[in-house]
Design a protein around this ligand. Structure first.
Ligand code: TYD
Ligand code: MG
Length: 453
């Protein structure tokens, strides 16, 4: 009898080891190793055999950008880079209860309405439960087929039979292949199930959405390889305290990344928010110290967001730097620059920074905004309500140019701002349509306070 080969896999990152380890050498997590069966992929496997294609010259391959499938939900189409590409695999992750199933049911309903056969495979909920959600979001199309199943082999069999135009797997962690003995959700099961499903999609041209659970660290559960295997990775962000949700594109083989789509969770499902700037600024306090607005590029779209700071003296212990929505190390660095260049003694102060609305800002163009808001809180003086700031700041306090300034200024002007503080050498403004915007160019943060207050 053939002995089954096993190995130990880290359930967090997929690291493989011949023996059990307490701590994963790859991701440093403790107690993650589980023994799982290793399976040789046999060349005779019917699915693998599908991919037996001949090498061909690239100029004979036909591909058209217009072949993308439009969902009719503009925010989703934009996040996907202009619709769904045939044969693509899209992974969507997010916290439990954030709205992944709701969103995909709505997307499937839209597509089914347009005559496409949509197959919604669920291993998490019963058909009745899906129907109940469907009632709330208005999903009732004949073409929307609900299939409650966890067996990979059965799912593939039914996909072949039904031949749908699009498939959703809710969720990839529940899919179970009988070829393997390890438990559903384990590294080998996820690898096997997603590998087969992605292959099916590449071969048949049926786009597939895979819903993935996330771990408490916020990464998609199971091995990182899942993210490498798919074409597009979307993350659902937002906190349960707010009704709005952000779908962010972190990987896209067929379009720009970091594009966001903004939604609001209502009684009847997710509703698109086409003007996110207005949403993020809606609760902005007037005349408050520590608050400033920055025009940030989210993918291809400028979005105005508010940064808030609280700088307070620390009388004992090590000063704290706590941030939500911006990088903590970046804030420490900028605080040190402010201290050195402007002589404001932030070193013995606690600094708390929050980006309103749960947005995450990771471009350097918000540096000047972070500094402005820290200065405002430190000096206890509020920044003019109609001012936006934008620019990258270097270690010597120089303010550097950032890309796509015209679009940022246009968005700020559209939202009623009339003054902006920008880097000195910004190349923009020549081809900018006449706006009521007063532009103040600065080349060092030394000059920032005189323009801010
Ligand atoms: P769900 O899509 O089940 O989340 P996930 O699949 O990511 O775990 O979303 C469930 C949440 O959404 C739940 O808290 C209820 C809320 N919700 C609404 O507010 N309105 C609705 O119309 C629906 C369907 C859900
Ligand atoms: Mg769900």
């Amino acid at each position: 009898m053939k002995k089954t080969k096993t190995a130990f896999f880290c359930q967090n990152c997929g690291h493989q080891s011949a023996k059990w380890l307490g701590k994963c050498p790859s991701c440093d997590e403790w107690n993650q190793f589980v023994e799982e069966e290793m399976r040789d992929i046999s060349p005779g496997d019917s699915l693998e055999a599908w991919l037996n294609e001949e090498p061909i010259s690239i100029d004979t391959i036909e591909a058209d950008e217009r072949d993308r499938l439009l969902t009719g939900i503009a925010e989703i189409d934009r996040v996907l880079g202009g619709g769904i590409v045939g044969g693509s695999a899209i992974l969507i992750g997010g916290d439990p209860g954030i709205g992944k199933s709701t969103l995909l049911l709505q997307v499937m309903q839209k597509l089914a309405d347009n005559g496409l056969v949509a197959l919604y495979v669920s291993g998490e909920e019963s058909a009745t439960q899906i129907k109940l959600r469907g009632k709330r979001v208005g999903a009732s199309s004949k073409n929307l087929i609900v299939f409650v199943e966890v067996s990979l082999e059965n799912i593939l069999k039914h996909i072949k039979e039904i031949n749908p135009g699009i498939v959703v797997i809710d969720s990839i962690q529940t899919v179970y292949s009988s070829v393997l003995t390890s438990a559903p959700g384990s590294v080998s099961q996820i690898r096997e199930a997603s590998g087969k499903l992605i292959l099916m999609s590449k071969k048949t041209g049926i786009p597939i959405f895979l819903i993935g659970h996330v771990t408490k660290e916020g990464a998609i559960a199971g091995p990182k390889i899942l993210e490498h295997m798919v074409d597009t990775v979307l993350y659902f962000e937002g906190d349960s305290g707010h009704t709005f949700r952000i779908v962010r594109n972190v990987k896209n083989r067929y379009g720009p990344t970091n594009e966001i789509g903004v939604f609001e969770m209502r009684e009847s499902g997710l509703v698109e928010v086409s003007n996110p700037s207005a949403l993020f600024l809606s609760e902005r306090p007037k005349g408050a110290v520590g608050s400033v607005v920055v025009p940030s590029m989210e993918g291809t779209r400028p979005v105005l967001v508010e940064i808030q700071s609280l700088v307070s003296e620390n009388t004992f212990g090590i000063p704290r730097r706590t941030t939500i929505g911006v990088d903590r190390n970046r804030v420490s660095l900028l605080a040190a620059v402010v201290e050195k260049v402007c002589g404001l003694h932030l070193g013995n102060h606690d600094i708390f920074i929050n980006v309103a609305g749960g947005v995450k800002l990771d471009e350097p163009a918000v540096d000047l905004g972070i500094i402005s808001s820290m200065m405002s809180s430190f000096l206890d003086r509020s920044i003019d309500f109609g001012t936006v700031v934008c620019g990258e700041v270097g270690l010597t306090g120089e303010v550097r140019g950032v890309g796509r300034m015209d679009e940022r200024i246009k968005e700020a002007s559209r939202m009623g701002f009339n003054r902006c503080i920008l880097p000195g050498g910004t190349s923009s403004s020549n081809n900018l349509p006449e706006t009521e915007m007063t532009r103040i160019n600065i080349d060092s943060i030394r000059k920032l306070p005189e323009h801010l207050f």
